[in-house]
Design a protein around this ligand. Structure first.
Ligand SMILES: Cc1cc2nc3c(=O)[nH]c(=O)nc-3n(C[C@H](O)[C@H](O)[C@H](O)COP(=O)(O)O)c2cc1C
Length: 175
């Protein structure tokens, strides 16, 4: 897919017919790893949930009903970053952003991931409304990782609506 087409075709999809297949999932996870990161420290982490029983249990306990419904039948990827590495020099924040840089790197990683999924013919939904404590316990995620999003990946079952964007001059200032 042409890049311009890719970024205009990617939308948040809230209805799936089927999960992404395992091999395709591995491929998009590899592509997401090509995202840039602070000093190439690569602190982004993914927990891919594929088995139907685990997915059902996870959705029921870790997601509110609207996200549970939106992500039904899709595979799920929990994304985290390792705290206190990116943006730090020997444990001291390099500047005022601190762990915000780890979140920044993970956001880049996840942007690559959703575009890679779209390029491979799958749709995605990034979900920030989730229960991090339940996710940590269910997936045994170490305490030094910050749990961020849950991303649904699968074959779309509904057509997404196009969400408008603000005028460029409201969000960009040329100086
Ligand atoms: C960090 C983040 C968290 C989000 N959390 C949710 C969520 O919990 N549930 C949901 O339905 N959409 C969620 N979204 C999707 C946004 O609502 C969506 O990206 C936005 O409305 C723009 O629409 P588009 O992705 O189709 O362009 C989230 C998006 C991001 C980037």
């Amino acid at each position: 897919m042409e890049f311009k087409e890719l970024i205009s075709e990617r939308r948040s999809v809230r209805g799936y017919d089927a999960a992404i297949e395992h091999d395709a999932l591995v491929e998009i996870l590899r592509e997401a790893q090509q995202a840039p990161s602070w000093k190439n420290q690569q602190t982004s982490r993914c927990y891919a949930i594929e088995t139907p029983e685990t997915l059902e249990d996870f959705r029921a306990s870790a997601l509110p009903s609207f996200n549970r419904n939106s992500s039904a039948h899709a595979a799920l990827i929990v994304t985290t970053y390792v705290r206190n590495v990116v943006g730090f020099n020997n444990g001291t924040p390099a500047n005022e952003i601190g762990n915000g840089w780890g979140a920044y790197d993970l956001g880049l990683h996840d942007a690559y991931l959703v575009l890679a999924a779209k390029n491979a013919g799958y749709d995605t939904l990034i979900m920030g409304i989730r229960d991090a404590d339940v996710i940590r316990a269910k997936l045994n995620i170490p305490e030094n990782e910050e749990i961020m999003s849950v991303i649904a990946v699968g074959k779309r079952g509904v057509e997404p609506s196009m969400r408008p964007r603000k005028p460029l001059d409201e969000v960009v200032r040329f100086v």
